[in-house]
Design a protein around this ligand. Sequence first.
Ligand SMILES: Cc1cc2nc3c(=O)[nH]c(=O)nc-3n(C[C@H](O)[C@H](O)[C@H](O)COP(=O)(O)O)c2cc1C
Length: 236
Amino acid sequence: MNLLSRLLKGIGGFILLMGCFSAESIDKRSKGDSPDISLPLPGHDGTVSVERALFNRMSIRTFSDVSLSLREAGQLLWAGGGANVDGLTGATRTFPSAGGLYPVELYLVAEKIDSLAPGIYHYIWKNHSLRQVKKGVFIDSIKTLTYSGAFRNAAVPACIVAAAVYSRTTSKYGERGGSRYVPMDIGGCGENIFLQAVALGLGTFIIGAFDDDSVRRVIGAPREETPLYIMPVGRR
Ligand SMILES: Cc1cc2nc3c(=O)[nH]c(=O)nc-3n(C[C@H](O)[C@H](O)[C@H](O)COP(=O)(O)O)c2cc1C
C-alpha cells in the first residue's frame, strides 16, 4: 500500500471514529427534555464463564420483587447491543450483523431500577447511555399486550424490548435480508442478553407473542421499528 492510500485510510478511520462519538450522530430522533443518562461502564471480565452461562441458561418466569441496579441494567443492554472493539472499522457491536448494518434498537422499560425513574428508555449504544422516551410505569400495559400468562402474573422490575429497523438490512439485501438476516441478527442479540443475565445471577425469558403495533406505541418507537422480542428481567 503506498503512502497516499495509507494516509487516506487513516483520515477515513479518524472521521469514522469521530462520527461514532459525535453528539449529532448518536440518535436521529429528537431529544426529549431530560438529558441522556450515562450508564456505568460495562464490565468485560465477569466471573462466570461462557460455558457455565450456557449450561445454566433456562427461561426464568418468576422473579422476586427486588429492584435491579443501574449497573445490571446497563450491563444487559451492553451485552444485547453495546459497542465492542474493532480497531479497523470503529465501534462494532456485541452481536454479529449481516453487512454490519445492525438493524436492532433496544428499549428499557424500567419500573424498579435503582437511581432510575420509572419510564421507557432508548439505549444509545454508541455512548452507552439511556435516552428517556416516556416517564411513568408501563410494565402492566406491556403485560396486557402479550400472550404470555407467565409474564402477566409475574412481578417484573424491568423489561428489555428489542426492535428491528428492517429497511437497514433490506436496502442492501432485499427480501433475504428481511426474512433471514434480521431474525438472525436479533437472535444473537437476544442470546447475548440471556447469557449476560445468567452471568449476573438474574433471570429472563423471551416473549415473541404480542401485539406488535401496540407494543411499539407503548415504548414510543418510531413506525419504522418493529418490536420482535420482549425480555422481562428480574432477580430469580
Ligand atoms: C423466538 C422465541 C419466542 C418465544 N416466545 C415466547 C412467548 O411468547 N411466551 C413465552 O412464555 N415464552 C416464549 N418463548 C420462550 C420459550 O417457550 C422457551 O425458550 C422454551 O420453552 C425453552 O425453554 P428454555 O428457554 O428454558 O430452554 C419464546 C422463545 C423464543 C426463542
